[in-house]
Design a protein around this ligand. Structure first.
Ligand code: F0G
Length: 456
């Protein structure tokens, strides 16, 4: 095709108004929220890039499928439709619906993990880490060294450090019940994992007889990056690549709020019969009967259709390109971002942007708060507020201090993204004037959701 513009591969059938506020309003709202954007009323946000989780727009086909939902308590037709789509994609034998990703994590870890054990991953997402630590086990991050350097460009920055994994399995393998790989690697910047690396992890798991689980929240975005970047993969469909990714694993946890293109839902899937039985027993206790797992029949329909749409090439091409487009705007404005742009989000390197704010005064929070006050755009700190506190109560700087601008799927148009680009550039221009924060109250775990702060 002679055209360079990659248009949104949809047209809009239904719209939702967003609210404009003044700078003064936003200063007041943020103060009332304890300087924590999680505590804002969403109506006071103009463009909400807090998360790409559950915030996507469903297609007319998904809304139509919702009307077909079968709400039978047991054996619902919608469950079988959901199960067939997930089985076709993943190849796993046992497919257990859950209300979202962390419920799948909780059920997996509570059934298979014991105190003192270690779960390696490229990078654990915060709920994954918390669900491991709550079992008095250790979540260990083994991403490649390149994955820890924000400005370094590497095609597969989410890859697992195979030498480090081998060392762990050789020296402490008796304490490792399973290996995980997160695709794409959210905490490391939405960065993909290559098929070659997954095959390497698989080989180590075979050698040391460990099951491999994918944290598959953004599997389709990962498959697209493989198609674009990995030698020999460009001619394959994203679905075929995704199927190969799953075929290398023994199970997965999934939040359907991301690449399920649904507003709620998730699943746990695996091949092991004994683990699956234990998981289903816990599911019945905490989520619901195994054919609905905390979801309505109509949610299962929306997810089934979403999993079909998410691997369509026009969708993935637009999705990954529009995220990169925002990254290019910020780079052009001189704002340091984690390179290369991730699949679902752009991450501002707040530690590099605001060198005058030490990590324990939360440069990511300062940057996210300035973005809200200046422009009504909500991003989220992924840094020392989120990861700096340890189970023993001590606090150290996180590996990076980032602000994530996560792009909801199929929600915002190019002009929204252009506005966000201008907004970040305006914060970049103010960089020297921004100050850090101190915490005034915080819970012991997952503190970033509810902590309150005061400007220094
Ligand atoms: N794993 C990864 C890699 C995630 O990004 C998330 C959620 C989860 C697991 C948990 O899934 O929210 O359905 O319980 N990430 C969201 C985010 C919250 O904003 O990145 P959940």
């Amino acid at each position: 095709m002679p055209f360079k513009t990659i248009v949104e591969p949809f047209r809009i059938k239904s719209v939702e108004a967003i609210h404009f506020t003044t700078r003064e309003d936003r200063e007041t709202r943020l103060r009332e929220a304890g300087y924590n954007v999680f505590l804002l009323h969403a109506d006071d946000v103009l463009i909400d890039l807090l998360t790409d989780s559950g915030t996507g727009a469903m297609s007319s086909a998904q809304w139509a499928a919702i009307m077909q939902g079968d709400e039978s308590y047991a054996g619902s037709r919608s469950f079988y439709r959901f199960r067939d789509v997930v089985a076709d994609l993943t190849g796993f034998t046992h497919i257990i619906p859950t209300h979202q990703g962390r419920a799948a994590e909780r059920i997996l870890f509570h059934t298979v993990l014991h105190a003192g054990q270690i779960v390696p991953n490229n990078n654990h997402f915060d709920t994954t880490r918390a669900n491991i630590e709550v079992e008095d086990a250790e979540a260990r991050d083994l991403v490649i060294a390149e994955g820890r350097l924000p400005s370094l460009v590497h095609p597969f920055k989410g890859n697992m450090d195979l030498a480090a994994l081998e060392k762990l399995l050789a020296e402490e393998g008796g304490r490792v019940p399973l290996v995980m790989v997160t695709v794409t690697n959210n905490s490391g910047g939405g960065q993909p994992v290559s098929l070659e690396n997954l095959r390497g992890v698989r080989a180590l798991c075979d050698r040391f007889e460990k099951p491999l689980f994918l944290d598959a929240c953004r599997f389709a975005e990962n498959a697209w990056f493989i198609k674009m970047r990995e030698v020999g993969q460009s001619g394959r469909t994203p679905k075929a690549i995704a199927q190969e990714m799953f075929s290398l694993a023994d199970g997965c946890t999934m939040s359907a709020k991301k690449d399920g293109l649904a507003n709620i839902g998730g699943f746990l899937a695996m091949n092991d019969d004994r683990w699956a039985e234990a998981a289903r027993n816990l599911l019945i206790l905490t989520e619901g009967f195994p054919t609905y797992g905390g979801l309505a029949g109509y949610d299962l329909e929306a997810i089934a259709r979403g999993l079909e749409e998410v691997v369509e090439e026009p969708y993935l091409q637009y999705r990954i390109r529009s995220t990169a487009y925002l990254g290019e705007k910020l780079t052009a404005a001189g704002v340091p971002i984690l390179q290369p742009p991730g699949g679902h989000a752009i991450y501002i390197d707040a530690r590099a942007l605001l060198p005058q704010i030490p990590p324990l005064q939360y440069p990511g929070l300062a940057c996210a708060n300035a973005l809200y006050v200046e422009a009504g755009v909500r991003g989220v700190e992924i840094g020392t507020v989120m990861f700096g506190r340890h189970p023993d109560g001590t606090e150290t700087p996180a590996a990076m201090d980032l602000v994530r601008l996560a792009i909801p799927r199929r929600v915002y148009t190019q002009s929204h993204i252009d506005y966000v680009g201008e907004a970040v550039a305006s914060v970049g221009a103010l960089r020297g004037a921004l100050r850090g924060y101190r915490i005034t109250s915080a819970p012991p775990v997952l503190r970033h959701f509810t902590a309150r702060f005061h400007p220094l």
